[in-house]
Each structure stands twice: as C-alpha cells, then as structure tokens.
Design a protein around this ligand. Structure first.
Ligand code: RIB
Ligand code: CA
Length: 341
C-alpha cells in the first residue's frame, strides 16, 4: 500500500466532516409564522415561548378567535401576552367572534371569566391592528410565496376556515398548518370523545382538513403526556423573571381542574406544545394517518376519528403526534422564558 494514501484519506475525511458540521451549524431560515389563538392560559404560555424564539420564529402576526372566552377577551389577552413578551412589534388582528355554525361555547370554567387565571389583567397599551384577522389571512397568505407561511392554530379553526372558504387559493401560500386539537387514544376533554378546540367548531376543522394543506395535529394524545410537576414548576420558577413568574402563576391556577378531573399527577400546557414542535420537532413523535372530523349532531359531535392502524386504508391527510419528551419540553420552555424580561 503506498504510504501516503492512509494520511490522505484521514485528511479528506476530516475536511468532509468539518464541511458537514459547518453546514449543519449554519442557521436555518426562521419559520415565517402566523399564530391563531384564543388566549387562554396555555395560549399565553405558547405565545411567550414563541416570542422568546426570534431566531427560529418570525412571527408575522397574532390572529385571535373566540374560544376559551369571548373574542374581546381573547384579543385583550393576546395583547397582554405581547406586552409581557416585549413584542409590541407583532400586530394582533381580531377575527371571528363565533363559530361557523354551532352555538358558541366557552371554557371560562377552566380559564376564568377573564380567560387568564392566576394573574391580574389590565388593558394593554398597544391596541389591535386595523382590519379583521380573516381578511389579514386572505391578503397575507394570498400574496405569500408558495409554501412559505406556517400557521399555528391554538384554538377553534374558525378564522382560517373563513379565509379558505372565501379564498381557497390561499392554500398555495401555506407551508404547513400545525394544530393543537383533537383526541384519539384516551378520549376527549369537553365530551367523552371530543377535545375543546374541535368541539368548539368542528365544521371549521373540516374546512381546513379538506383544503389539502399540509397538516400536523398535536392532540390530547400528546399534550396529556407533557404534564407539569412540582419539580417542573420549580424549574420554571427558578428562571426568576417576570415572564416565568407569570407562567407559573397562570399554570398553578390553570392545571387544577384537569388534575382533579383526570386524577393526573400534573396539568397539561396544550398549546405550548405546538410552538415547541416548531422549535424542536425532534422532541415529538407521530405518524402520518387518515383522520376525519365528526360534525354530525349527537354524542360524537367534534370527535376526531384517527385511523392510527390504517384500518380504512384511506390516504393519509394529517401527521398525528402522539408522544413527546416531556422533560425536554420543560427544559426548552424554561431556557426560552429566561430570555424574556
Ligand atoms: O383542549 C385544549 C385546547 O382548548 C387548548 O387550546 C386550550 O387553550 C383550549 O383552547
Ligand atoms: Ca387555545
């Protein structure tokens, strides 16, 4: 063997490895993001996590919808979260005051009359952006480069459904829709089979599902596995800034009902999992499956039928996330909250 071949091979391998590492280290372009939300205790945690992550998430706007509480309060709470996140640069557009068809329902029993348990609320200085969220979605997604904008849906899907009904061509501008919603393996939270965001507007969820956009669901199947604990709440509290104190106070007030109802050792932070998924998808696991939404009047209204074992052999239409690294989620949340004031 000619002596120089071995050292040359090692040198080449080293150069190759360095170029791969530097490519990997190169910052990926931030996700171009619109957050649609009904704050909501866990929505506020999600918004703070997102606002603390400007390198990965370019938040174009926050759009609000009626859900946990009425639209005027979800919109005020979105503006409050923006103030707490120090991000008044992000416009907040108010959207649909009620679902497409069904009688509105709310979750003040969980989120409190103001939609924000455990903390005092006030009228934030920075107001709403002019114009309605639905028109904002139509204009923005309609003008966007193909497959460029990600939409995070943290509440009932009414706004996006109305935009899709009025301007179906906006799907071109959508890269992906990531939804907190639905339930399969362990039943629902607002009925034995339905999760709140779907139950609050199943017709809207059907419009989004049938639009053909790339869709990822983070259902109760996963959010009920990412639970607080005394240690995790202490982990958040030791961040010891305003944002972490707000989150701990909100979560301490918010998780009681679920813990009592389900006898769980901790409470879920549903919506924040959507943002964590965008930031660190490697923390989550799921499967491409076929899913249907039941919008028939009756005991299964709002149920998501997730064909996890492909029994119907129908084409898949959603990435269904069913597990997560819960401690990894809280590590991410606490380190990001530390960036805020
Ligand atoms: O079922 C949980 C979902 O309903 C969360 O988005 C929570 O904020 C409520 O909107
Ligand atoms: Ca929500």
């Amino acid at each position: 063997m000619i002596e120089w071949i071995q050292p040359a091979k090692r040198l080449l391998q080293g150069v190759l490895l360095m170029s791969l590492l530097s490519a990997g280290a190169a910052q990926a372009a931030p996700i171009d993001l619109i957050i649609d939300t009904d704050p909501g205790a866990d929505d506020v945690v999600a918004l703070l996590l997102a606002m603390a992550s400007p390198d990965e998430l370019k938040i174009r706007a926050i759009t609000t919808v009626a859900g946990n509480v009425r639209l005027d309060k979800t919109s005020r709470n979105a503006r409050l979260a923006r103030e707490w996140g120090g991000r008044e640069d992000i416009p907040v557009y108010a959207g649909a005051p009620k679902p497409l068809l069904r009688t509105p329902i709310y979750a003040a029993n969980i989120h409190g009359e103001e939609g924000l348990p455990g903390v005092p609320v006030h009228e934030p200085k920075a107001g709403l952006a002019k114009g309605n969220a639905v028109q904002y979605l139509i204009d923005t997604l309609g003008k966007a480069k193909p497959d460029s904008i990600t939409v995070a849906m943290l509440g009932p899907q009414t706004n996006l459904a109305l935009a899709l009904i009025q301007a179906p061509e906006i799907t071109k501008g959508i890269k992906e829709v990531v939804v907190m919603g639905g339930a399969h393996f362990n039943g629902g939270n607002i009925t034995p089979v339905a999760e709140f965001n779907l139950f609050a507007d199943p017709e809207a969820a059907e419009v989004v599902l049938s639009s053909g956009v790339k869709l990822t669901y983070l259902p109760l199947d996963v959010t009920h596995k990412v639970l607080t604990s005394d240690a995790r709440l202490t982990q958040l509290a030791t961040v010891n800034n305003q944002a972490s104190k707000l989150v701990v106070d909100i979560l301490n007030a918010y998780i009681k009902t679920d813990m009592d109802h389900y006898g769980m050792p901790g409470g879920p932070v549903h919506d924040a999992s959507v943002i964590a998924y965008l930031l660190k998808p490697e923390l989550f696991k799921g499967r491409q499956i076929h899913m249907q939404v039941d919008s028939r009047e009756g005991p299964t209204y709002g149920q998501t039928i997730a064909d996890w074992h492909n029994t119907l052999e129908q084409p898949s239409n959603v990435m269904w996330i069913d597990s997560a690294d819960a401690q990894g989620f809280f590590d991410l949340l606490s380190t990001r909250l530390a960036r805020l004031k």
